[in-house]
Design a protein around this ligand. Structure first.
Ligand code: AMP
Length: 210
């Protein structure tokens, strides 16, 4: 299998995590979601989890230093041998610059969705406490996971007020990365406001070109 090092860029709710899950298995890539890693720390009650909890729950960004340390360690692990998909990192220009010092990326894929659509999507988002599958409250009645029967929960930072702050933080701090990667000839953009399988096929076709 060819090695591919890519990142998914885009606002919260654009489908980065969903698409990374879809294509990482197909291309044998590690799916590195910094948000999932932080939530796992928070769930375990570790010192790190306690340190970041209030920042994450308010929809603000955890420090660049900490995030860079976490990702450095993660991309050195054995399951990254064929490469990886970075989902949710980098989120600032400083993070992108530091990443550039330790890894040479092959592609940055921007998944674009308009803000108004995102607020609706994210506030409807539920994740299963048991199997971690994501579903939409729009398609499920009650709080039972259609995948495994577990209980569906809403992320604390998926509540509307926090979502609006996360979008503001995205536009201020992360959106500049679109130009950053464009200037380096690495940026590709896909329209994320289409069915999951359509977006997946387009992303898979981009990965095939590497
Ligand atoms: P996500 O699941 O990617 O939406 O991330 C959830 C939250 O984790 C974000 O709103 C931030 O508080 C934090 N987070 C995740 N990745 C990063 C990052 N690269 N830099 C700073 N904070 C992050």
């Amino acid at each position: 299998m060819k090695q591919r090092k890519v990142l998914f860029l885009g606002p919260p709710g654009a489908g980065k995590g969903t698409q990374a899950k879809e294509v990482s298995a197909q291309f044998e890539l590690a799916h590195i979601s910094t948000g999932d890693m932080l939530r796992a720390e928070m769930g375990s009650g570790s010192a790190l989890g306690q340190e970041v909890k209030s920042v994450v729950e308010a929809g603000n960004l955890v420090s660049d230093e900490l995030m860079i340390a976490i990702v450095k360690e993660r991309i050195a692990q054995a399951d990254c041998v064929n490469g990886y998909i970075l989902d949710g990192f980098p989120r600032t220009v400083v993070q992108a610059e530091e990443l550039g010092k330790i890894a040479s990326l092959d592609m940055a894929i921007e998944i674009h969705v308009d803000d108004e659509k995102l607020v609706e999507r994210i506030t409807q988002r539920r994740s299963c406490a048991q199997c971690h599958a994501i579903s939409s409250a729009k398609n499920v009645s009650g709080d039972t996971c259609p995948n495994c029967g577990g209980t569906l929960l809403q992320r604390e930072d998926d509540k509307e007020e926090t979502v609006r702050n996360r979008l503001k933080v995205y536009h201020e701090q992360t959106q500049p990365l679109i130009d950053y990667y464009k200037q380096r000839g690495l940026l590709r953009s896909v329209d994320g406001d289409r069915p999951i399988n359509v977006v997946r096929d387009e992303i898979a076709a981009l990965l095939e070109t590497l």
